[in-house]
Ligand binder design. Structure first.
Ligand SMILES: *Cc1c(COP(=O)(O)O)cnc(C)c1O
Length: 291
């Protein structure tokens, strides 16, 4: 791994006094994965590292939406490794328009952006369509949407191992579920993982089982999902959620990423108020990214 890609691991685990937890006998801790790497923050470094090794210096081709943190991390990895990257972006209505800050950063890192219609995007696993996408770099290493595959899940087991002895419940916000799949597999017996999906749809349980089967040969670890904390779906951030995030930042001086981490922290406050965690629980929130 070139020096510029080296991570700062293990990430810090810090207790955070907060009456919304303390009053219920629950100790909140933050696992600061947002501090792992300046350009590949959070779970993105953990998910990409084994894939980058497997790519062995080949170009990288991957998929994402217009605000995908995974696209940004892949573009940064390509720059640091000196390999070409292609980002297939969902939505051809974006083509020819000014790039949003996230895609502008991808482009600045040298990523070639290819905007495709939603219909084409859905065909991304179809071999015929994929070989068309691969035309500029037929030998490219393909990473699925959101970076979640078996190697990504395997890379995230280290997150679980870093928490051995330090927590009872490890909670993480979920997009594609790769981080939860690996986290749960890496925890010790007696520890459990809790995933908070930020997308609506209820498809995640099946997806995490699929990823664990591919990565580890079957379901691993003790984990469950807390549905109903998605606030209407991906990237929906109603004023009440934004106010919650701002208040959390003011109380604790910790930056709160709005699309995933805010929903996670809010869910944990809610669940604690409802008595979901018995007194004495050490509850860790994985800070998977930064604003
Ligand atoms: C990508 C991302 C996630 C979701 O990770 P999955 O492995 O896709 O579930 C969570 N938090 C942040 C900040 C992310 O960028």
């Amino acid at each position: 791994m070139p020096p510029d890609l080296r991570p700062s691991l293990p990430s810090p685990l810090t207790p955070l006094p907060d009456p919304r937890f303390d009053d219920h006998g629950v100790q909140l801790l933050l696992k600061r994965d947002d501090l792992i790497h300046p350009d590949l923050p959070g779970n993105k470094w953990r998910k990409l590292s084994l894939n980058l090794r497997a790519a062995e210096g080949r170009p990288l081709l991957t998929f994402g939406g217009a605000y995908s943190n995974h696209l940004r991390a892949t573009a940064a990895a390509g720059r640091l490794l000196g390999v070409p990257t292609v980002g297939v972006v969902r939505g051809d209505e974006l083509a020819g328009k000014p790039l949003n800050p996230s895609l502008a950063q991808c482009a600045a890192d040298g990523m070639r952006l290819r905007f495709v219609s939603r219909a084409d995007y859905r065909r991304r696993a179809d071999p015929a369509y994929l070989s068309e996408l691969l035309t500029p770099f037929p030998e490219a290493y393909v990473i699925p949407e959101g970076g979640s595959n078996a190697l990504a899940a395997q890379g995230c087991t280290e997150l679980g191992r870093e928490l051995h002895g330090g927590t009872d419940v490890a909670a993480v916000a979920c997009g594609t579920g790769g981080t939860l799949a690996g986290l749960a597999a890496g925890l010790a017996p007696g520890q459990r993982a809790l995933g908070v999906p930020v997308l609506k749809g209820g498809f995640l349980e099946e997806e995490v089982v699929r990823l664990q089967s591919e990565a580890f040969g079957g379901r691993r670890g003790e984990w469950s999902l807390a549905e109903d904390f998605h606030w209407g779906g991906y990237a929906r951030t109603p004023p009440e959620l934004l106010a919650f995030a701002e208040d959390f930042e003011t109380r604790h001086g910790v930056p709160v990423e709005r699309i995933y981490v805010a929903k996670l922290l809010h869910a944990l406050v809610e669940l604690t108020a409802r008595g979901a965690f018995p007194p004495g629980t050490r509850l860790t929130a994985v800070v998977t990214g930064r604003p």
